[in-house]
Design a protein around this ligand. Structure first.
Ligand code: TXA
Ligand code: MG
Length: 317
């Protein structure tokens, strides 16, 4: 693979997908749209490719990756499904749920991608372009969000290009991501399934299907998701949250009736719309302001994940 490339944003025709799959087979990187955020994909079974992916992102090696699969059959080769995990897969896959499960003996995902853990994070994405790439490649693809480590996750192909232009062969154009916020991560490795990351699938929906209350990290167990760094989503600007009104000099990111002139995550107060707009608006405001105030967002439903990402974006060490 060439050491330096200039990534093109390309329409994913069958021909382009076949060439992108060839790039993946030779250890290269391809940016693909998913319904949550854009992912930076490589062959999950190839440790050299995974090392190159970590390097491109500037990501610490201890942070394990999500393996994306094309089908339930591919998922079952990678991980051991408990009855509850299978129930969740039937209800929510393909979709924005990542499940942490015990690694199967037949698994192809390399140790480096899992940071040497005996568990694996799996997701079957719903986006047709991600599915088409997985089908063309024929095996699991690990894909973290396609941003430089520490930056806000990309929800458009242009975001990917501005972060990783010379690192990827192709940026497959799937338009803006419908969900706009990363997948919900649930671990099925303990007695009770545990919510490791609030995300695009509402916690209450999972609890309704499983008929139980998810355990939470810190609930006495001391377990947390590796790589859930507090400052993971930091923009350059400082953030002030739950701001009813802006102070002078601040950019103001509104929500519902808290209505500024420049930008509102959702004028109608719709949390799904706010999630879809969150990262793009944070990026745009970050270019224009040193300080950003954000209107209060309800903590119910998708507001849980939105407030989680905002708290991380606001955190300074
Ligand atoms: O929506 C998404 O999940 C996007 C799209 C591209 O699929 N991907 C994404 O990946 O957000 P990333 O790498 O930014 O976040 C993966 C998270 C990290 O917090 C990591 O620590 C956690 O998954 N993770 C991966 N393997 C794990 C494991 N075995 N146990 C616990 N957490 C794990
Ligand atoms: Mg990320």
């Amino acid at each position: 693979m060439a050491a330096r490339m200039t990534a093109k944003i390309v329409t994913p025709t069958p021909d382009v997908l076949a060439r992108a799959a060839d790039v993946l087979r030779t250890g290269g990187l391809v940016a693909m749209p998913t319904e949550t955020v854009y992912g930076l994909a490589c062959d999950a079974a190839n440790p050299e490719a995974v090392a190159g992916l970590y390097e491109a992102k500037g990501r610490p090696h201890f942070n394990p990756l999500i393996a994306h699969v094309a089908s339930q059959a591919m998922a079952e080769r990678e991980a051991v499904f408990t009855p509850l995990a299978r129930k969740a897969a039937e209800a929510f896959w393909p979709g924005p749920l990542t499940m942490v499960l015990a690694v199967a003996a037949t698994g192809q995902t390399c140790d480096l991608a899992r940071s040497g853990l005996d568990t694996i994070a799996l997701r079957r994405p719903a986006h047709p372009v991600a599915q088409a790439l997985l089908d063309a490649f024929g095996g699991p693809l690990v894909a973290p969000s396609a941003n430089r480590s520490g930056h806000v996750s990309p929800t458009t192909p242009e975001h990917v290009r501005s972060d990783l232009a010379d690192k990827v062969a192709y940026i497959l154009d799937g338009g803006p991501c419908a969900r706009g916020i990363e997948s919900t991560i649930v671990a099925f490795t303990g007695e009770t399934p545990m919510l490791l990351r609030a995300g695009a699938l509402e916690t209450a929906e999972i609890e309704a299907v499983l008929g139980l209350t998810l355990a939470r990290p810190g609930g006495g167990s001391g377990i947390t998701a590796p790589g859930q760094l507090k400052s993971h989503y930091a923009p350059r600007a400082t953030l002030r949250l739950d701001a009813a009104t802006p102070m002078s000099g601040e950019g103001y990111l509104g929500f519902g009736d808290h209505c500024p002139l420049e930008g509102n995550l959702s004028p109608s107060g719709n949390l799904a719309e706010a999630a879809a707009n969150l990262f793009a608006m944070l990026r745009a405001f970050d270019l224009r302001y040193e300080r950003i105030a954000v209107a209060p967002i309800p903590r119910t439903g998708l507001g849980e994940a939105i407030n989680d990402r905002l708290a991380r974006a606001a955190h300074r060490d």
